[in-house]
Design a protein around this ligand. Structure first.
Ligand code: MN
Length: 248
């Protein structure tokens, strides 16, 4: 089995190394990752400039592009042979609820799925994780399971792992995405020339975080596994919209 591994925290992210070392023990592995932190890059592709992919000292390809660029390159020309699966992460920080729309970690997995491969996005529930080995253990079990029992072609698995030693994790739980409140405001500062600059503020607090959600499962010590589909159509509004448009 050949796995393409990517992330959005960059090719030097400590979590990437932990997972790569673990995966390399039982699969053929190619790592293609951004050359810097590209968190929240979402599904963006670089179209206006060329992209360089260089083999780094650590044996990973570093790419001056987005996570989506990395997987796109990996599956459409950079690698000699097509991999069997795409894994993204483990991200330093959760990707739950609304986060998945912004996440570069989830986007790298999405790109794998678009290009026809099973894909898993892994995120740690802490921004300074101490237990990446738990993500590596979870990945191994999910990869084995996917090999034996493939999932629907139009979905990816969004996995969030509590930052706990493996022995303290209670198991896997199937979840739906929760939701956050509206984001905090931007943070305004002044640059040395007196011009206003802005930093995007933190995401909102959890709003829909009850039983069954990714937020709830991880807070209880479970690994949250959410099946994501890319079709954002709101089917239960279609009929109503037909009628609404007829009255124009
Ligand atoms: Mn990230």
């Amino acid at each position: 089995m050949h796995i393409l591994l990517s992330n959005d925290d960059g090719y030097l992210a400590p979590g990437l190394k932990v997972l790569a070392d673990s995966l390399a023990e039982y699969v053929q592995l190619t790592v293609v990752a951004p050359d810097r932190n590209r968190s929240a890059a979402s599904n963006s592709l670089t179209l206006e400039t060329p992209i360089r992919a260089r083999l780094a000292e650590n044996g990973f390809y570093k790419v001056d592009g987005t996570p989506t660029d990395c997987v796109h390159l990996g599956l459409t020309g950079l690698l000699d042979a097509e991999p069997d699966m795409v894994i993204s992460g483990p991200n330093a920080g959760p990707n739950m609820g609304d986060d998945v729309l912004y996440s570069g970690t989830v986007a790298a997995a999405t790109e794998g799925r678009y290009l026809g491969l099973p894909a898993i996005a892994l995120s740690m529930c802490s921004f300074e994780p101490e237990h990446y080995e738990s993500a590596a253990r979870a990945a191994q079990l999910l990869i084995e399971q996917l090999k034996k029992h493939p999932l629907a072609e139009d979905s990816i698995l969004n996995v969030n792992i509590p930052d706990l030693p493996w022995g303290e994790i209670k198991g896997f739980q199937a979840t739906r995405l929760g939701a956050r409140h509206r984001s905090e405001g931007v943070i305004k500062q002044t640059d040395p020339r007196g011009e206003a600059i802005y930093w995007v503020g933190p995401p909102g607090e959890e709003q829909d975080a009850g039983e069954g959600t990714d937020f709830y499962a991880t807070r209880q010590g479970f690994i949250s596994v959410t099946p994501l589909q890319i079709d954002l159509t709101r089917y239960d509004s279609l009929q109503n919209l037909h009628q609404w448009l007829d009255t124009i």
